[in-house]
Design a protein around this ligand. Sequence first.
Ligand SMILES: NC(=O)c1ccc[n+]([C@@H]2O[C@H](COP(=O)([O-])OP(=O)(O)OC[C@H]3O[C@@H](n4cnc5c(N)ncnc54)[C@H](O)[C@@H]3O)[C@@H](O)[C@H]2O)c1
Length: 285
Amino acid sequence: MSYNLLKGKRGIIFGALNEQSIAWKVAEKAVEEGATITLSNTPVAVRMGEVSALADKLQCEVIPADATSVEDLENVFKRSMEVLGGPIDFVLHSIGMSPNVRKKRTYDDLDYDMLGKTLDISAVSFHKMIQAAKKLNAIADYGSILALSYVAAQRTFYGYNDMADAKALLESIARSFGYIYGREHNVRVNTISQSPTMTTAGSGVKGMDKLFDFANRMSPLGNASADECADYCIVMFSDLTRKVTMQNLFHDGGFSSVGMSLRAMATYEKGLDEYMDENGNIIYG
Ligand SMILES: NC(=O)c1ccc[n+]([C@@H]2O[C@H](COP(=O)([O-])OP(=O)(O)OC[C@H]3O[C@@H](n4cnc5c(N)ncnc54)[C@H](O)[C@@H]3O)[C@@H](O)[C@H]2O)c1
């Protein structure tokens, strides 16, 4: 059902890779709600992935960009303003990747070049995006900028690795830039902290299927889906949230406020055998 919440607004959605992607759902709903948008992803993802199919469906342009490149980001904002015919009202940063996680390096054996890449791709890119937009005066007054985070920014989660540090930095950037952009142009900057979600990035998290199940048992409302996350993003892009800024907004079915639930406790006794090495020591990394 459409509420026309984004009627006449222009937006940029970064990070739609395939139908599972949270950004994919946000793009579909944004158009459904009356917005015109552009899409962006890495040149490789644009070549190899399914984002062109989404662009065809939504009749919008895809502008390839590596989110760690300021030049690429500047191009996305310039081109989007050209194509959409004016300044941008909303931006979604839905980007995350850790080479350490990909290479199965544990948190106590990180490769520091890879850590640099994790932080650059998953967090500093948010700063680069906002700074590039601000210098180009590309965001309309009362615009809304969002990134997607995870509760591992506040609390330690087994296996989330250096992405936890990236998410903590991402949330901090939202606060720091939210102050400046709010004061100068009434632009709001927030992060949404989403439940575990079965996507390409999500599946990369160690033990994702079990984490997903655990979070679902812990959350009174159950895990929030990608579709439900997209609904929340739309509200945050709309004029209904004009005074919400510098926040990390939990969208997790209540998970972040629960210590232990009956359903989670019932799974507790199953043992740790599969997390032990051949000497019987538990692997915590
Ligand atoms: N899936 C989950 O469980 C979950 C939970 C909380 C938060 N999030 C966050 O949601 C966001 C979207 O992830 P998703 O779950 O939809 O997975 P996804 O794999 O569909 O999306 C990740 C996107 O990041 C893009 N990307 C990677 N490197 C890039 C770069 N250098 N430049 C530009 N884009 C790049 C990928 O191409 C991909 O489109 C991420 O920030 C992720 O951390 C995911």
